[in-house]
Design a protein around this ligand. Structure first.
Ligand code: ADP
Ligand code: MG
Length: 476
């Protein structure tokens, strides 16, 4: 049968070597790895998208001639660009500098891959009808779908805006779409759901999910390896870019600068950006103003702590999905006692299951109580002022942001005072810190709040019970 791909490629190389300057040969041909030969199609692996473009632009003729000579007139060339772990670089280490194109050339001829075919493969527009396969693994977790994302008051806006973005990426006013909220409230899940939605409805789109940390590491590596251009090109070619936890960019100026350029490029070309962060854009510290102002171009939507009903639905859904049987009372018990965030809710469910399987015990209220008691002990030290404010607001059913305003409405003032009181007794923060975090007050106000609450505890029985209730909730 026919020759193998290595032989064919070696024969091509012999001819090429005689026809291109040796420096070019070393730069552009030596790093190529022949992968396979099937039905007259030779597949070669190139280290980067840029590499592929350059070859097509500069060496198409000679590639075509040599291939036809070796394989026949039916010869086709296919490129495989290995993009490992989101990375733009090749698996094998190589060092190639890209002196070939100057900036102005790049400007005149924007580096872009014409997208027209199905899936992730892209038709090669050049004479040899090869196909360049761009393996961009979107890095999406298939469980993080919209179907699995339980709707509640705490996430309604973010969820429905996200859904709109997922069905029409780049085509809504929500660009960028920024999801913010505390840890464990579903930012990653929702951002990924959008990606999955895009993949389902618009499979031709290149979607990529990446954490801000990973982006940063890749960037630093690209600088070290002298292939920052590849890094840029790779990211500028994505249709739907999801960057998780952008607050991690704080203080990393060079990364921010590069992200700024990628952001602009994508935004200008109608591509969709989805970002998540632990704070609203106005409160993000350590991020450049020009970046923050761009974050505000689109829509910022927040995720709040789930209320009891939503917590119970989330648990119900997880139990259903996993095919677990659990008594409603147990479920309600967990939903009542774990009120901080969804991750802890899931954690509680998982440890309960583990306990019951390992010890061959039935899942009962007692087992749940035992387990939650343990969790409580473990997480006790984690009480923060933010958490206290949340629990207090949840308890009195008032929106969390109201406590931060200057309002003098009685119930808000009281909730604020209670939050200050617990911050004083349950955290190690100073009066000044507590004040600045709760409504921007000074230390005297906090001191006064503590006195007022203590007085009420002594004189008002209902109030005392409420404080007792709250204390229990806080110590969960
Ligand atoms: P974050 O990124 O905000 O820290 P995650 O997206 O990682 O939070 O969510 C933590 C866990 O809670 C995940 O397993 C996620 O699936 C689950 N979760 C969060 N919100 C919901 C929701 N509304 N419905 C179902 N599961 C949720
Ligand atoms: Mg997350």
């Amino acid at each position: 049968m026919g020759k193998d791909h290595q032989k064919i490629w070696n024969s091509c190389l012999e001819v090429i070597k005689d026809n291109v300057p040796s420096i070019s040969y070393r730069t552009w041909f030596e790093p190529i790895i022949p992968v396979k030969l099937e039905n007259n199609v030779l597949t070669i692996q190139v280290p980067s998208p840029f590499f592929y473009e350059y070859l097509e632009e500069q060496y198409l003729d000679i590639l075509k001639k040599t291939l036809r000579k070796e394989i026949g007139t039916e010869a086709k060339l296919e490129y495989s660009v290995v993009i490992e772990n989101n990375s733009f670089s090749q698996t094998k280490p190589y060092t190639v500098k890209f002196p070939a194109r100057t900036k102005s050339q790049l400007k005149n001829k924007p580096v872009s891959f014409p997208m027209e075919s199905e899936g992730t493969s892209i038709k090669n527009p050049f004479i040899i009808p090869g196909i360049k396969k761009l393996h961009v693994d979107p890095h999406l977790n298939p469980d993080y779908t919209f179907t699995n994302f339980v709707e509640g008051d705490c996430n309604r806006l973010a969820r429905s805006a996200g859904y709109a973005v997922g069905t029409n990426p780049g085509g809504t006013a929500f660009n960028p779409f920024l999801i913010y909220g505390d840890s464990g409230l579903g930012k990653t899940h929702l951002a990924q759901a959008i990606g999955i939605q895009v993949k389902e409805t618009r499979p031709e789109k290149t979607v990529l999910y990446v954490t801000a940390n990973k982006f940063q590491t890749q960037f630093v590596e690209s600088v070290r390896n002298n292939n920052k251009n590849d890094f840029l090109h790779f990211y500028q070619m994505i249709d739907v870019l999801i960057i998780d936890d952008v607050h991690e960019f704080a203080g990393k100026e060079k990364t921010q600068d590069t992200f700024f350029h990628i952001f602009n490029h994508l935004h200008q070309t109608g591509k969709q950006l989805i970002l998540t962060s632990d704070k609203a854009p106005v409160e993000l510290q350590g991020l450049e103003q020009r970046l923050l102002s761009r974050f505000k171009w689109g829509l910022s939507a927040d995720l709040q702590s789930p209320d009891y009903e939503t917590r119970a639905s989330i648990l119900r859904q997880k139990i259903y999905n996993d095919g677990i049987e659990m008594d409603d009372h147990v479920l309600e018990y967990i939903a009542t006692h774990i009120s901080t965030n969804v991750r802890e809710l899931e954690g509680a469910l998982i440890s309960l299951l583990a306990q019951s399987t390992l010890n061959r015990k039935e899942i009962t209220i007692d087992l749940a109580r035992e387990m939650i008691d343990k969790l409580v002990k473990n997480s006790y030290h984690e009480i923060s002022i933010d958490y206290i404010q949340k629990v207090v607001c949840d308890y009195y059913n008032i929106p969390l942001d109201l406590i931060q305003t200057k309002t003098r409405k009685r119930e808000i003032v009281q909730a604020r005072q209670i939050a200050m009181f617990f911050s004083k007794s349950l955290t190690k923060s100073s009066l000044a810190t507590i004040g600045s975090k709760i409504g921007g007050k000074d230390h005297a106000t906090v001191l006064h709040a503590c006195k007022t609450v203590n007085n009420l505890i002594d004189t008002d029985k209902r109030f005392r019970l409420q404080i007792g209730d709250l204390e229990k909730k806080l110590k969960i």
